[in-house]
Every structure is written in C-alpha cells, then in structure tokens.
Design a protein around this ligand. Structure first.
Ligand code: FES
Ligand code: FES
Length: 185
C-alpha cells in the first residue's frame, strides 16, 4: 500500500447519489465503497485482481475496485450492484440470474451482474463468444458458467423485445443441477 498522506476530500456519484467523503489519500476504492459509502454489494474476494467479485462500473466501464485507487474515481460516476435496479424493478440480468440459476451461493454475483449490465448496455445482443469474453475476468465456483451464459441470453431477449421472461426463447438451464425432488429430504 502507498504511504498515506492524511485525509483528503473525495466526491463521486455513487449509484445516482452524490457522496462527499473524507478518505485516506491512498484509499482503495473497494474499501471506500464498502466502509464509507455503504455499498456492501461490492465483494472482496481475492483482493488481487483475479476473481472479479469487486467489479464496479466507473463511468459505465467495468473496473476492479480492489485494484483502483479511490482517488482515480474522484468526481466520477460509480455503479455497484445496488445501483442496477430501477426502483423496485430489477435489471433484466438480475431477474434472469434468479430465474436461470446464474446465482448459486451468490458471492460472485455482484461482480458478474455489473460486468454483464455494461456488456448489455454496449451490445444488447451479444454472441456467446462475446458473452464469454466479457465475463472472462469473473470467477464462479458454483455454476459452471452455463447458467450465467443462459441468463445473459435471456436478459438480451428481454431487453431487445421489450418482452417478459416467458417470451424468451433462450434455453433455460436447470437452476439447481444435481438436485432431484425424489432425492430431497
Ligand atoms: S477482489 Fe478484486 S479481483 Fe478479486
Ligand atoms: S455462485 Fe457461488 S461462486 Fe458463483
């Protein structure tokens, strides 16, 4: 960590709300978001830039907040997973993650969701290779990724057709693979 030079003022729009904070000059953005801005959705996984759990959007672009100095985001627009929903309406990728099993334990989900929201904003109809390329920096130990890709396809359908999940023709993978009713106790 860089030596601190004391507290400095820091200002940013976080999930649509102006934040004015006093932070250590060498503070890491992930720490500021979690400890000072109340955005616990940004997760600390590896703290080394390899898992993607801490992904946030800065001016709409995905960034690893564990590798970003908060000072670099001063005056910028920051979006965490808490900022994806529109009031009580989930972002389509949040809804399809729930419906298609894109989230299992859920620890990686905030990072995936913000990265995918940026992908869909830029390209509402990504191909499978484009989806896989967009999420290559995000690790998930639970899903095997297929449910995540299916979720992105379904969200794309919703965004481009203005339709509902029922309208989606994307293949719906088993959200709980390996679990059978007979075997449940
Ligand atoms: S916590 Fe930032 S990449 Fe893993
Ligand atoms: S859902 Fe558990 S790590 Fe991705």
């Amino acid at each position: 960590m860089l030596p601190a030079a004391g507290e400095v003022p820091w200002r940013a729009v976080v999930n649509g709300t102006e934040k004015e904070l006093a932070i250590e000059s060498n503070a890491i953005l992930l720490d500021v978001l979690r400890d000072k801005a109340g955005c616990l959705g940004a997760k600390r996984g590896c703290d080394m830039g390899t898992c993607g759990c801490c992904s946030v959007l800065i001016d709409g672009q995905p960034r690893l907040s564990c590798l970003t100095l908060a000072a670099e985001a001063d005056g910028r627009d920051i979006t965490t997973v808490e900022g994806l929903a529109d009031g009580h309406h989930l972002h389509p990728i949040q809804q399809t993650f729930a419906d298609y099993g894109g989230s299992q334990c859920g620890f990686c989900s905030p990072g995936f969701l913000v990265v995918i929201s940026a992908l869909l904003e830029e390209n509402p109809t990504p191909s499978d290779p484009e989806i896989k390329s967009a999420i290559e920096g995000n690790l998930c130990r639970c899903t095997g990724y297929q449910q995540i890709v299916d979720s992105v396809r379904a969200a794309s359908q919703i965004l481009t057709s203005g339709g509902s999940i029922e309208d989606s023709t994307a293949p719906k993978s088993d959200p709980h693979p390996g679990f059978s009713e007979e075997g449940a106790s």
